[in-house]
Design a protein around this ligand. Structure first.
Ligand code: ZN
Length: 308
């Protein structure tokens, strides 16, 4: 019977593979120290959904994003304190207002200093509850993690830039304009040349436009401000960390997307025609990229921006 598998054995192999795939598609939302990795002398990442950044200085520690709900916030702050000198002061910031990034405040110890771009805080106050409701309806795990979430009011709000001194580590927090959301924050850890990039620079992942001002063109304008930072390491939120080439790839992808949309519009194609043509074209040009389902949204947003 060489080369032939019985149906039971075949199912055993295929079903196990399908099971593993299903598990991969929906990883647990709960953060774990088992998934902690160090990416540079001062920067650690708890890999998860989303990745959490921890920047440890001699005088203070910064946590970037705090997970879904109080329980995840507690796990993130416990890990941050374990990596830090005893009695270390904690700073907390969030890359954007979405629930899996910004509802863990309640798990952080009293005295934690929360910093945020003013635009992001306004967006959170206006839109945060909508996202919480969406997550609550998604899965039993998300619903239960959000049961006792509470927001902390920021101690520091900034307009476009804030320099944070953690002792031997200087961190530059920036708001460059709308991309994935209106209030996206970019976190540059200067001595290590690490960029914690939220959903703005991802690793082979298509863009998701989540605010009325969020368009391929607006996102590209943000990329123009990110490029000069020239990071050696990039830590995205929902994809694996990589080197500085992630910035170039993200910019190239958005440039290609925008250029093709503008060209198709010039040719007189409707939004529907342009979307139908462009989706397979981009998929073929960017093999290995995930989340490319929002190309029609990119088309519609650019057409609206340029006047139909
Ligand atoms: Zn998001």
């Amino acid at each position: 019977m060489r080369g032939k598998l019985g149906p039971a054995l075949l199912c055993l192999i295929l079903c196990a593979a399908a099971g593993a795939q299903a598990q991969e598609a929906r990883p647990s939302r709960l953060l774990s120290s088992d998934n902690l990795m160090q990416v540079s002398p001062h920067v650690w990442v708890i890999k998860g959904s989303p990745n959490i950044g921890i920047v440890v200085g001699k005088r203070a520690t910064l946590v970037v994003d705090n997970g879904l709900g109080t329980k995840n916030g507690k796990i993130a702050s416990d890990i941050a304190l374990r990596l830090s000198p005893k009695g270390q002061k904690l700073y907390l910031t969030t890359t954007h207002y979405h629930a899996e990034h910004a509802t863990g405040d309640g798990g952080f110890p009293p005295g934690t200093i929360l910093i945020r771009p003013r635009v992001q805080q306004t967006e959170l106050e206006a839109e945060g509850q909508k996202l919480i409701d969406i997550f609550r309806s998604r899965s039993e795990e998300d619903r239960s993690l959000l049961e006792d979430y509470r927001y902390q009011h920021p101690d520091i709000l900034f307009d476009s830039a804030y320099a944070l001194d953690l002792g031997d580590v200087r961190v530059r927090l920036s708001w460059f304009g709308p991309a994935h959301t209106k209030g996206d924050e970019l976190v540059m850890v200067e001595p290590d040349s690490v960029l914690i990039s939220g959903d703005v620079v991802q690793n082979k992942t298509g863009p998701y436009f989540y605010c009325s001002e969020c368009t391929p063109r607006a996102w590209l304008a943000v990329m123009d401000k990110i490029s000069p930072l020239n990071p050696k390491i990039v830590v995205p939120d929902h994809s694996p960390p990589g080197d500085g080439s992630l910035v170039t790839s993200e910019k190239e992808f958005l440039t290609e997307l925008l250029t093709r949309i503008v060209a198709l519009k010039k040719e007189g194609k409707s939004v529907e025609e342009a979307s139908r043509l462009l989706t397979p074209e981009i998929e073929a040009k960017y093999p290995g990229w995930s989340s490319l389902g929002r190309i029609p949204d990119a088309v519609a947003r650019t057409y609206a921006e340029d006047g139909k």
